[in-house]
Design a protein around this ligand. Structure first.
Ligand code: B12
Ligand code: SF4
Ligand code: SF4
Length: 353
């Protein structure tokens, strides 16, 4: 056992020395509550995300490789904005909002690189060859469940992992290894208490139960994963969210003391902070190849981002967007022309009332 304790403490030092903010370790085994995920899928809460249907693997990392014994979960703070800044103030000022996680460089590559360096340093601790695999949002791992079992935080009613000290503006990632370690097995105490701020503030009522998100209604899904037309009702609830949604975390009391990330790569790009929609749509139209470099925005592609900006213009109640929306009525892209039509109607309806 002493051997495991020493190794575990060295591994944790390695993770922290690579810039992660916290680390915890849990046993690779079948998750006790795996029905959580299968029920979520049965109810179609995963929308079009078919990759989520891989319930067997997601409920037990040993289905990825039966030799895995330990899951090393890591968090990294991505918050790069003053905590007083929020999407509702931006909306009142007639500006759009891009989720905090997407205003800097894309986290996948940055974190994957760190995980790979850390896992090679971990391998050096062993005399024999060991096997490992790293994931950051990139594999069939229920990252929140493992992080929570390793004592890194609790799953809030908004379904995010909340760390007592860091809040929830953190990315999760994992290293799976085929060696036993000293497991934390410290599920964190749930500190949501009687608070329901996230549920009450969700504009689309996407938090359909404690910790349960119906992705079909979630603005994050609608503006990132979904490539289709968004119906007028849902579009009207999207507010000023051009990419992703931070609302259920902005209202969370556990993010009141959130600190700024140590990583320069997450520094915000000026043009992505509270963008002016008129200016932003022309930047996307003319300069997409530059914007997409290293940016998470590339996930929704140029056409998806334009669709989102057209939706947000329609929620502005501002006549100044009518001329540009009218231009998109003739777009060859059917989704753009349908969205522009809805947005014009929404603006006109606010002018009549
Ligand atoms: C699919 C997905 C989405 C979907 C669905 C979200 C959802 N809540 O399920 C959409 C597109 C809507 C989405 C949105 C966002 N996402 Co997302 N998403 C994922 C992804 C790829 C899978 C999540 C998943 O498995 N969902 C299925 C449900 C049932 O599981 P769950 O969300 O993990 O949470 C449940 C289980 O963990 C379970 N649980 C809790 N304890 C235990 C214990 C046991 C034993 C078991 C079995 C289960 C269990 O309870 C939780 C609540 O349902 C993960 C990466 C990953 N591989 O995990 C990122 C991830 C969850 N997303 C992340 C982020 C940052 C976001 C956004 C904040 C982005 C944004 N600003 O727009 C929003 C937040 C919306 C929200 N309130 O959840 C981070 C979350 C970090 C954190 N602190 O929690 C992750 C972990 C990516 C990462 N690597 O950092 N996301
Ligand atoms: S991310 Fe936005 S839409 Fe999704 S659950 Fe949170 S508040 Fe609701
Ligand atoms: S807003 Fe309140 S209920 Fe929601 S996750 Fe935060 S503490 Fe929990």
């Amino acid at each position: 056992m002493k051997k495991y304790i020493d190794l575990t403490s060295q591994i944790k030092k390695i993770i922290l020395s690579n810039g992660f903010d916290s680390v915890g370790i849990s046993k690779a085994h079948e998750l006790k509550d795996s029905s959580f995920l299968s029920d979520w899928i049965k109810k179609k809460f995963h929308a079009d995300m078919e990759y989520m249907e891989d319930v067997e693997k997601r409920s037990d990392v040993r289905k990825i490789n039966r030799n895995f014994k330990s899951v090393i979960s890591c968090t990294i703070n991505y918050n790069s904005l003053d905590i007083k800044k929020n999407s509702s103030d931006a909306m009142r000022n007639g500006k759009g909002w891009i989720s905090r996680y997407a205003i800097g460089d894309d986290y996948h590559k940055i974190i994957q690189k760190k995980l790979k360096i850390a896992s090679s340093q971990i391998k050096d601790l062993y005399v024999e060859n060991i096997n490992s695999r790293v994931y950051v949002d990139t594999g069939p791992v229920l990252e929140r469940a493992y992080a929570s079992m390793s004592g890194l935080g609790w799953i809030g009613k908004n379904s995010c992992l909340i760390n007592r000290d860091q809040g929830s503006w953190v990315f999760l990632s994992n290293i799976l290894i085929d060696q036993d370690l000293a497991f934390d097995n410290l599920p964190s105490k749930n500190l949501c208490g009687s608070c329901t701020k996230c549920i009450d503030s969700c504009p689309t009522n996407a938090i359909v139960g404690d910790k349960i998100i119906d992705a079909r209604k979630c603005i994050s899904y609608l503006t990132i994963e979904n490539r289709k037309y968004v119906n007028n009702y849902l579009a009207s609830r999207i507010g000023n969210n051009i990419y992703g949604c931070d609302i259920c975390q902005e209202v969370c009391p556990w993010n009141k003391r959130a600190t700024i990330s140590k990583l320069n790569q997450f520094n915000p790009k000026d043009e992505l902070i509270e963008p002016d929609m008129m200016n932003f749509i022309s930047i996307i139209e003319e300069d997409w190849d530059r914007i997409k470099i290293k940016s998470p925005l590339k996930r929704v592609k140029k056409d998806g981002l334009i669709r989102n900006i057209l939706i947000v213009m329609g929620n502005s109640a501002s006549e100044k967007y009518l001329s540009i929306l009218t231009k998109y009525l003739d777009s060859e892209n059917l989704i753009h022309s349908m969205t522009a039509k809805d947005s014009i109607e929404r603006i006109r309806s606010t002018m009549i009332s």
